[in-house]
Write a protein of this length. Structure first.
Length: 402
């Protein structure tokens, strides 16, 4: 069906995206209109954008805090897994080939390998700052049933048939990795249904239920985590993972609770939000609908190891992170310097960029994968730290200039 809406995709993309740097929507409303011109103008009354600094700047291994202290060999299996996904890219062929020849390397071996073959690059935000937000995620365990029967009445859906995914690369190659979601309304492509509309029965999702779970709050947080396991009544363990989403931007319900005065900022962890929701069940829909984004799932093979990330390889507990691939390439080793949840205890280690997320936006931004189960969930739910990143790129890797 998609090939029939490609002309509409171009029109939709043109309406939603700007091909050059432009004021924010708020400033656009305030500024006087400008006459059409071939290049992007600086409209009267609009402050020109600040110069952008390079996102990646070469550094040395001596710049990495704690580089000599980490058990870097614990990240080796994760690195080899990512190599299977990137080894056909020219920049990675040689180092991945050499890595595959290493037999059970020690920490010292792994350090020597990276120091001989890679160059660390400090990651910076557009304004030159090097600090950013580091959160955590995990693979939760829910309870469910293949059939709808109390208390299993909250569905996890597969993608609906009317969900359109428009790859913007077909419109403009510069928009690689950007996609629009929508649906047809007559001959028009319009935004897909919001969370409130999907849960309210407006979207045609009947028949797309993969499994029914007993807790709507856990189902909501499963969408944020992106993957998880469901223990069925017969004891079977079902694994589900991200398949698609409705295209609406992620909005933090924790931020909404803080803005409404319902929680203090220090209380707006996953656990704090869950406690508020269970204390205020009559306001649960109001709370969840503040996030219009909605995730659809697919059933995954039951296998040992972590869930697959955006690279398609299993995530490794405490050695995999989600990043914004516009700034940090998937598959790249990353040196993470942050602190443990709700503490000042350093968390400095080698991790691998293997995943992405709807809320992971920006250069210095990472989501740390803690693993499976309640202990991992406790750490992930409390993690909202400041941190720095250095991405390790093979020598000769073509680093884009801003």
């Amino acid at each position: 069906m998609l090939k029939h809406v490609r002309p509409l995709a171009a029109a939709t993309a043109a309406a939603l995206l700007v091909a050059c740097t432009s004021p924010t929507p708020r400033d656009t409303v305030r500024a006087p209109s400008c006459p059409p011109c071939p290049a992007c103008p600086v409209c009267p009354g609009v402050k020109p954008p600040e110069p952008q600094v390079p996102t990646l700047a070469p550094a040395t291994f001596a710049d990495l805090p704690g580089w000599g202290a980490d058990s870097v060999a614990r990240a080796w299996a994760a690195f080899l897994a990512s190599c299977r996904a990137v080894r056909f890219q020219a920049a990675w062929q040689s180092v991945c080939s050499d890595a595959a020849k290493q037999a059970d390397p020690s920490d010292a071996d792994v350090r020597r390998f990276f120091e001989a073959n890679f160059v660390p690059h400090r990651v910076a935000n557009g304004d030159g700052t090097t600090q950013g937000l580091v959160t955590g995620y995990y693979e939760p365990l829910l309870r469910g049933s293949r059939t709808k029967a109390a208390p299993f009445v909250h569905p996890l859906y597969a993608p609906p048939e009317d969900l359109l995914v428009i790859d913007l690369t077909a419109v403009n190659p510069d928009l690689k990795n950007m996609r629009l979601r929508g649906r047809l309304e007559g001959r028009r492509v319009v935004p897909y249904y919001t969370r409130a509309e999907i849960d309210g029965g407006v979207a045609p999702v009947a028949g797309k239920e993969i499994v029914w779970v007993d807790d709507p709050i856990e189902a909501f947080f499963l969408q944020i985590q992106g993957s998880g396991r469901v223990k069925l009544e017969n004891g079977e363990l079902l694994r589900v993972g991200y398949a698609d989403q409705n295209g609406h931007p992620y909005q933090s319900i924790g931020r909404w609770l803080v803005d409404k005065g319902e929680l203090q900022l220090s209380e707006a962890s996953m656990q704090g939000i869950q406690k508020w929701a269970r204390t205020n069940p009559q306001r649960l829909s109001e709370l969840l609908n503040q996030n219009p984004s909605y995730v659809f799932f697919r059933e995954l093979p039951s296998a040992d190891g972590g869930p697959p990330g955006a690279q398609g390889v299993p995530l490794t507990p405490e050695r995999s992170i989600a990043v914004d691939p516009r700034f940090v390439p998937l598959g790249a080793p990353v040196w993470l310097a942050t602190t443990r949840p709700n503490s000042t205890v350093p968390l400095e280690r080698l991790v691998i960029a293997q995943d992405t997320g709807g809320a992971i936006r920006g250069a210095v931004r990472a989501d740390f994968f803690w693993g499976f189960g309640p202990d991992a969930g406790r750490e992930a739910g409390r993690m909202r730290q400041q941190g720095r990143l250095w991405v390790l790129l093979p020598k000769g890797y073509p680093v884009a200039k801003n």
